[in-house]
Ligand binder design. Sequence first.
Ligand SMILES: *Cc1c(COP(=O)(O)O)cnc(C)c1O
Length: 352
Amino acid sequence: MEIIKATKLKEKPADQSKLGFGKYFTDYMFTMRYNTEKGWHDAKIEPYAPVSFDLATTVFHYAQGIFEGLKAFKNEKGEIRVFRPEENFKRMNRSAERMCIPAIDEKFVLEGLFELLKLEKDWIPTAPGTALYIRPTIIATKIALGVHASTEYLFFIILSPVGSYYAHGLAPTRLLVEDYYTRATVGGTGESKCIANYAVSLKAGEEAEKKGFDQVLWLDANEKKYVEEVGSMNMFFVIDGEVVTPALVGSILPGITRKSSIELLRANGYKVSERRVSIDEVIEAQKCGKLNEAFGTGTAAVISPVGTMEYKGVDYVVNGGEMGKITKWLYDTITGIQTGRLEDKFGWVTKL
Ligand SMILES: *Cc1c(COP(=O)(O)O)cnc(C)c1O
């Protein structure tokens, strides 16, 4: 792998408690190009810098692009720990397939990422709740306005030291159950991590924010009946002692934190059901005191407790607005494995 050295390094953010999310970027990035003659080629680590594109570039017009999000941690021994990175590149190739983007060599980009992380290890924050967020992305770069899959692409990985995803940290969130706008349909792109899915979600998110909510809870597009997911998180409920999460029906993003949570809960004796769960079932459970907990799962926020849900103008409080026991246990367990405070029994962490 070619490494082009930066002539000058940036100053790192001084206060790790004020990192926020995705505001700072490190000194280097990994890039790789694709064309039909050479396939993926020209992989290198180079100084982080703006890249210029012709305005007729495909991705700007037809949103042919996909991304991933994962995290690296550093412990007191200076050991770099990456959480389930193979899963992200596997999913990236599934997204690529859906979006007509050529597959990447998962092993190769993983090695590229590891080299980049070793080079940037001083950027990995160590304060509790912080991590180095990793953003692999592929965009279509052919200059053409015809509506076709591009024949040229740019793959890149950029890195950002981050704190907690929500400004209010681990405080329970307020969700608006969205019964007008939809995010995804079965047969569409909901289960692939494509950039267009986010553009589609902005309007509902903005309206919810104006009303004081943190995020939108999406329902299925057909009937507006079944719970799908939240913004950038998968959804879990604890109903009468049973942990329930919506089944991956085709319009829901298959989260790696979701998968890890299910595996951890089951290994620790909890009953977890992946099935369709209607909003009526959730509201009914809340009304008769059986909605024990609700939380979201995702790389950025890890495990995020839900404090209230508003549906059709009525507020439903979950667990007195407090973080539930299972939610807390999962948060502590996953972050414990990620940072090395707890034993990594499943072999999820790659140590560099
Ligand atoms: C990325 C993402 C998630 C969470 O997936 P993780 O792999 O757990 O980070 C959930 N929903 C959507 C829409 C996403 O884009």
